[in-house]
Design a binder for this molecule. Structure first.
Ligand code: 5RP
Length: 218
């Protein structure tokens, strides 16, 4: 089974966490795209969704799924999203698709965060995947210097502008043994909008697509 098939398998398994007549949170990325397609195909009667990106909004609208503003939806029961890496405690690196800020907001506003991924995303120690950091454009070089002082090697994701009009630095060469401390440290840097470490608010459930079928953690 290839990684895309595993993503689809995890996405379909996540449908079991959706209750009818609720507004759900929906993340961003290729795994979530499978989830949106499966949700539409299954014809589950949800009220609609709060979206973490323009891309997911567009996909859901094409399927006829109503998209709500978080300000009018209030707290959500469940948030479904992918990840670039997860450790065994379901602390995540996210933001490969540059949607990390809205993803963090919708995850924070949700009672349960169900993360869906193929099994290659589960790692012992976070950091092999470069850590995305969304920055205010005028602060990019300053933030890069501060990230270097923290031991990373930031690389500007040139040409990418987030849905919020900001830029992304991808921080290489990190071995993140204390994700909460690093999340806090990066959040303290002036000009940082969001760091793609989801350690203070990890996933509650991780569904991995595997050759042997969907595997759920914890
Ligand atoms: C987007 C994300 C995605 O969840 C992450 O990049 C995983 O993407 P994919 O499902 O395509 O592997 O954080 O900002």
């Amino acid at each position: 089974m290839n990684s895309d098939q595993k993503k689809q398998q995890a996405a379909i398994a996540a449908l079991a966490y959706i209750e009818e007549n609720t507004i759900i949170g929906v993340g961003t990325g290729s795994t979530v795209n499978h989830f949106i397609d499966a949700l539409a195909a299954r014809k589950l009667r949800i009220q609609g969704a709060v979206s973490s990106s323009e891309a997911s909004t567009e996909r859901m609208k094409k399927h006829g799924i109503e998209v709500f503003d978080l300000n009018s939806a209030g707290d959500l029961d469940v948030y479904i999203d992918g990840a670039d890496e997860s450790d065994g405690q379901l602390r995540l690196i996210k933001g490969g698709g540059a949607a990390l800020t809205r993803e963090k907001i919708v995850a924070a506003a949700s009672r349960r965060f169900i993360c869906i991924a193929d099994d290659s995303k589960l790692v012992e120690v976070l950091g092999k995947f470069p850590l995305p950091v969304e920055v205010i454009p005028m602060a990019r070089s300053y933030v890069a210097r501060r990230l270097r002082a923290l031991g990373g090697r930031p690389v500007w994701r040139e040409g990418v502008i987030t849905d919020n009009g900001n830029q992304i630095l991808d921080v290489h060469d990190l071995r993140i043994t204390d994700p909460v401390a690093l999340e806090d440290a990066i959040n303290q840097i002036a000009g940082v909008v969001t760091v793609g470490l989801f350690a203070r608010r990890p996933a509650d459930v991780l569904i991995l697509g595997t050759d042997a079928g969907p595997k759920t953690l914890p």
